[in-house]
Design a protein around this ligand. Structure first.
Ligand SMILES: [Mn+2]
Length: 419
């Protein structure tokens, strides 16, 4: 069974007998007048179909002894193609999704009412409809999955509407070997982009110059999309976790924190590193950096299947507190959350902060970040070191170990910068 068939099969296995699941690609959103936001397909739909075209619908029917998969796409529209470009043909949609039953959206409403009708039909008697209700998904203009739920409740009182989101969340938390390969590709691309950034890192440039170097690498090597808005934060700016502007001038005595990542075929990398602009770690920079690095390595080594992200966070807090006290960076009776105020891990996948249940024990196939940080506004230093880690054979396996984080490796790399 292929990758996509396998994903849909896992969903079928979690669906009740006599049920239908509908997963919508979503609709374009209007900015103003006739301008549209760039379309981002619903990621649960993408996960199950490998299709990125708006207005498409996936329908799974688990009826009496039958499992049927249908994909609905818009009919060929010559005028639309002339304005906004190529749309998928049925054959192309079939090739991408490996779904044999590709139909037009104009046939969808009939198909659905047939499947849900109270009379016996080819599927037997359907009594459950799964919809992706979290978050609500736009289906038509001013019509969301919650509106569809209401419509179904009124029109088909014998049908129970159930949220498919928790099932898809569970499925997406466990990555297949194929998905892990895609993420490794995204991480390798990100590594190359970082090398380009470092090559151009020097006092007297602006934060946005570094973001441009990184992003240009992705654009010029396959037009790779960003996993999220690039964060480049020098000096004290790094104490703001999602520092939004990139307008500041970079000084010789600053450290620069960058938190960035490319996507590869929809899969995200999420990497943070913090390097000294001078090329050499000095004084407090070195103390703080060593504390964070020790924690990063400790947590990657410590993580085991069966633990939760909450366990990792508690351990990271405890570890960072000890390091800071030992190094005279904070007093014994102070609270570490003054200097460390985010979580150490999140799941990573098609979403950067991938849909997940933080209380669920980790298991093989999970991919998480490990990203401790320390933020000392009084010294103008914020350090975060973030790696992407696969849970494999019950332990942590770092997918991003090729990206320099040891002091000696960083200092060597910084010596090869552009003059
Ligand atoms: Mn992250």
């Amino acid at each position: 069974m292929g990758e996509l068939e396998n994903r849909r099969d896992r969903l079928f296995n979690r669906m009740k007998d006599n049920s239908v699941a509908l997963i919508y690609a979503g609709k374009e959103k209007i900015v103003s007048a006739d301008e549209l936001y760039p379309f981002e397909v619903n990621r649960n739909f993408f996960y199950l179909t490998n299709i990125q075209q708006d207005n498409s619908i996936l329908m799974l029917v688990k009826g009496l002894g039958v499992k049927k998969t249908y994909l609905f796409i818009d009919e060929y529209d010559e005028k639309k193609e002339k304005w906004t470009g190529k749309r998928l043909t049925s054959d192309e949609a079939n090739l991408l999704s490996k779904i044999n039953n590709v139909l037009y959206t104009s046939a969808f409403e009939n198909m659905l009412s047939l499947a849900l009708s109270k009379d016996d039909n080819q599927y037997g008697q359907i009594d459950t409809l799964y919809l992706d209700l979290t978050p609500e998904l736009k289906i038509k203009d001013d019509f969301y999955t919650k509106d569809l739920k209401e419509f179904i409740n009124n029109e088909y009182p014998h049908i129970e509407v159930s949220d498919v989101f928790p099932i898809l969340r569970d499925l997406r938390m466990i990555k297949s070997p194929f998905e892990i390969e895609e993420m490794v590709e995204a991480i390798n691309l990100t590594n190359s982009g970082i090398a380009q950034l470092i090559y151009n890192l020097k006092a007297g440039t602006y934060e946005f110059n570094l973001a441009d170097e990184f992003e240009f690498y992705g654009r010029s090597h396959g037009r790779h999309k960003l996993a999220f808005s690039t964060i480049i934060a020098s000096g004290k700016n790094a104490t703001c976790l999602h520092y939004p502007s990139q307008n500041d001038f970079i000084h010789e005595n600053d450290m620069v924190l960058f938190d960035l990542g490319f996507k590869h075929n929809g899969y995200c990398a999420d990497i943070s590193r913090t390097y000294p602009v001078s090329g050499v770690f000095e004084g407090k920079q070195k103390e703080i950096y060593e504390a964070v690095l020790a924690c990063n390595k400790y947590i990657i080594d410590y993580v085991r299947s069966g633990m939760t992200l909450i366990d990792l966070q508690e351990k990271a807090k405890e570890f960072l507190k000890e390091e800071c006290v030992k190094r005279g960076l904070m007093k014994e009776d102070e609270d570490i959350v003054k200097y460390y105020y985010h979580n150490v891990s999140h799941h990573l996948g098609i979403d950067t902060h991938d849909i997940s249940d933080r209380n669920k024990p980790l298991e093989n196939g999970n991919v998480i970040t490990v990203e401790p940080g320390l933020y000392f506004a009084e010294y103008g230093i914020g350090v975060r070191i973030e790696d992407d880690v696969l849970i494999k054979d019950g332990a942590g396996y770092c997918l991003s170990s090729g990206i320099a984080k040891e002091i000696k490796d960083i200092e060597r790399m910084m010596r090869t910068r552009k003059a």
